[in-house]
Design a protein around this ligand. Structure first.
Ligand code: PLP
Length: 496
């Protein structure tokens, strides 16, 4: 049996066991994603169900780690989706950068917890420095502050939580954090575009406002919030004595990568005394690029903004941040616990728990820190820029193909399209495209996204991977054509 020493870091035996374990685990990963493999093995949900129905997760007695790692390699890793494969182009699901993976190893092993300084001394200061640098990147003035989060969902929730508490304090003289929602809360409204992420509604639900508190504003033909429609919506709400308090702009919608006219939205927020939150979970990475950063103009006027590093910054999950233009606003959610951040802290050290909705919290800031210092802003920007160029090339390819229909003109690297052979109507196109996506995954050809556009199922490429070439995508399109032929034949046989 392994000794207790070998189970923990800190002795020679433990340190050796650790080195060996990390190297075995990384070998298993490399093996599972060998170069000749497809982006997915094609194993169907039913078979995975059967496999794991049998697996003993908590045996009475264990086995050597090497054996467990080998099993995990065979049963788990080999049927994982190959996020680093150039044909894995479905979601905002990135291939992680190697420097960030090194950081991840250090994060796990050092196990710092960012809730209190005495659990994460240097880590606390690294996170604070990263937050300062990010505030600078987004052109926030010196008053900016922020916190690392688990991702866009949490950042959007916390941004809207601050907004709700701010509004209730300003408008109704009510401290929601102490006394709960005022009865006027029934009339409180959040505005976002039709193409905004579902987490705006989810946050409204969690915040006790109900998801019907979210009013969606129509988009223009580029899937951006239409600012004239916003004016009309605001006028309408005023007339009905409703209380709009937060405006959510999206910098990179999940489906289309479209960016709302942030400057125009900031003007409206100013005029109408709204908290302006920008969801830049996807598009925030454009701030790195000299060429593309002007697309984010107006983001510096946001009261709060959400940015995800586990998307277009190529960090392993999870890693996001919420930034707040006026850091004093964190007092809207501050609470103190005697054991973490007592009001009279004898250490005179920062305890980040007061800015987060989490208590125990990972040192995720180390991943972008290591990445930024290793690659530098320019190199990282080049990676992002190359994917935007690829998206333009792919859009041109689709626009020229007689059997495909391009749905959006890409702003970021999301390209929505349909397979539409001549003479096929909308309803059949929808069914065909849904079947195609499933067939591609089942056969391991490619991992392609699906979404609905105006009621018709469409396919989507999210081209995050800088290694993906236009030839790779052309191969995927050929695979779509081939699968479509198979589906046609099967349909005809059924009809006979
Ligand atoms: C991904 C995404 C989110 C959700 O973020 P998570 O990191 O998945 O929690 C929110 N908004 C937008 C625009 C996104 O793309």
């Amino acid at each position: 049996m392994t000794s207790v020493d070998e189970l923990f870091l800190g002795t020679d035996a433990g340190n050796d066991a650790y080195r060996e374990a990390v190297s075995q685990a990384s070998e298993a990963v490399v093996e599972a994603f060998a170069e000749n493999a497809t982006p997915y093995s094609g194993v169907a949900p039913g078979r995975l169900d059967d496999r794991f129905a049998e697996s003993e997760c908590l045996p009475d007695e264990g086995q050597p780690l090497a054996e467990t790692i080998e099993e995990v390699g065979d049963d788990v890793l080999s049927d994982s989706v190959g996020v680093s494969d150039s044909r894995c182009v479905a979601h905002l699901h990135c291939p992680p950068l190697v420097p960030a993976l090194a950081a991840e190893t250090a994060i796990a092993a050092t196990n710092q917890s960012l809730d209190s300084w005495d659990q994460s001394p240097a880590a606390t200061h690294v996170e604070r420095r990263m937050v300062d640098r990010l505030c600078e990147l987004f052109d926030y003035g010196s008053g900016g502050d922020g916190v690392f989060t688990s991702g866009g969902t949490q950042s959007n929730f916390e941004g809207l939580l601050l907004a709700r508490n701010w509004f209730a304090r300003e408008r109704f003289g009510r401290r929601v954090e102490e006394t709960g929602l005022p009865h006027e809360a029934k009339a409180m409204r959040i505005l976002c575009s039709e193409a905004a992420h579902f987490t705006a509604k989810q946050a409204a639900a969690h915040l006790g406002l109900g998801e019907n508190a979210v009013v969606t504003v129509p988009t223009d033909d580029g899937y951006r919030m239409d600012s004239e429609a916003l004016d009309a919506t605001l006028a309408d709400l005023r007339q009905r004595d409703e209380e709009p308090f937060a405006l959510v702009g999206t910098a990179g919608t999940t489906d289309f990568g479209s960016i709302d006219p942030l400057d125009a939205l900031a003007d409206r927020a100013n005029e109408h005394d709204l908290w302006f939150h920008v969801d830049a979970a996807y598009g925030g990475a454009l701030a790195l690029s000299e060429t593309h950063r002007e697309k984010l103009t107006g983001i510096e006027r946001a009261d709060s903004l959400a940015v995800d590093f586990h998307k277009l910054f190529y960090q392993p999950i999870s890693c996001g941040a919420l930034l707040v233009r006026d850091g004093e606003r964190f007092d809207l959610i501050e609470r103190s616990a005697a054991y973490l951040n007592p009001e009279e802290d004898d250490l005179a050290a920062p305890n980040l728990v007061s800015k987060s909705v989490q208590t125990t919290r990972r040192f995720d800031a180390l991943k972008p820190y290591v990445t930024f210092r290793t690659l530098g802003r320019e190199r990282l920007a080049t990676l992002v820029e190359s994917t935007l160029e690829l998206a333009d090339d792919v859009a041109a390819l689709l626009a020229d193909a007689p059997d495909f229909e391009l749905v959006n003109d890409p702003t970021l690297n999301a390209v929505v399209f349909r397979y539409r052979p001549a003479g096929v109507g909308d309803e059949r196109v929808g069914r065909l495209n849904a079947a195609l996506r499933e067939a591609l995954l089942r056969n391991g050809d490619a991992v392609v996204g699906r979404t609905e556009v105006e009621g018709t199922t469409s396919l989507k490429f999210t081209l995050l991977n800088p290694k993906t070439t236009v030839e790779d995508v052309a191969d995927v399109l050929d695979a779509v054509r081939n699968r479509a032929r198979t589906i046609e034949v099967a349909d005809q046989q059924l009809r006979r």
